[in-house]
Design a protein around this ligand. Structure first.
Ligand SMILES: Nc1ncnc2c1ncn2[C@@H]1O[C@H](COP(=O)(O)OP(=O)(O)OP(=O)(O)O)[C@@H](O)[C@H]1O
Ligand SMILES: [Mg+2]
Length: 161
């Protein structure tokens, strides 16, 4: 893994990846940049269609924060916690969340109050519940019919949802 990718946190950036490892690297680089920035907590909202690479990105991200963690898709569990690293990582998958009661019962709001990094797949499903400040990560398939993915990373502040 190339651990030296630099990432800007103060403006929107675009990255193209050719395979799953490169998508993991972009996740790793984002986590590295957040650590360098001295952050104890950050919410990373992931957007993108099924199978586009949100879990791959999350795996790379978590590898920087909690290297021993075995990252699996939290589709059925809704949230996986990875402890034992620099900070806890709370990895959500909102695919099955259909309303606010559902969301509440996952303990989402308690997680948001904790120190630690949150990764949230399927953020499309909880637009009303995203925090005031977060990092927006949008992953899409390249229109050229390859395995390429286009990843945009953008800090969002005080957006009305
Ligand atoms: N450039 C790429 N980046 C990431 N994944 C890629 C890329 N090219 C191919 N893939 C494949 O795409 C799939 C991405 O799976 P992943 O579980 O990360 O997607 P996801 O967005 O989390 O899906 P879901 O919506 O089910 O949660 C993997 O099978 C991976 O091998
Ligand atoms: Mg996933």
């Amino acid at each position: 893994m190339d651990k030296n990718i630099r990432m800007m946190l103060n403006k929107k950036t675009h990255h193209t990846t050719k395979n799953v490892e490169q998508t993991e690297q972009i996740g790793y680089a984002l986590a590295d940049s957040l650590l360098s920035d001295g952050r104890k907590r950050t919410f990373v909202a992931l957007f993108g269609d099924m199978g586009v690479g949100k879990t791959a990105f999350s795996r790379g991200f978590t590898a920087r924060i909690s290297p021993a963690a075995a990252v699996r898709s939290p589709t059925y569990t809704i949230v996986n916690e990875y402890h034992g690293g620099i900070f806890p990582v709370f990895h959500f998958d909102m695919y099955r969340i259909t309303d606010e009661d559902d969301l509440y019962s996952t303990g989402y709001w308690e997680y948001l109050a904790k120190d630690g990094y949150c990764l949230c797949e399927w953020s499309e499903n909880i637009p009303y519940a995203l925090p005031e400040a977060y990092i927006k990560v949008v992953i899409s398939k390249s229109p050229d019919n390859t395995e390429n993915r286009i990843i945009t990373i953008e800090p969002v502040l005080h957006q009305d949802n």
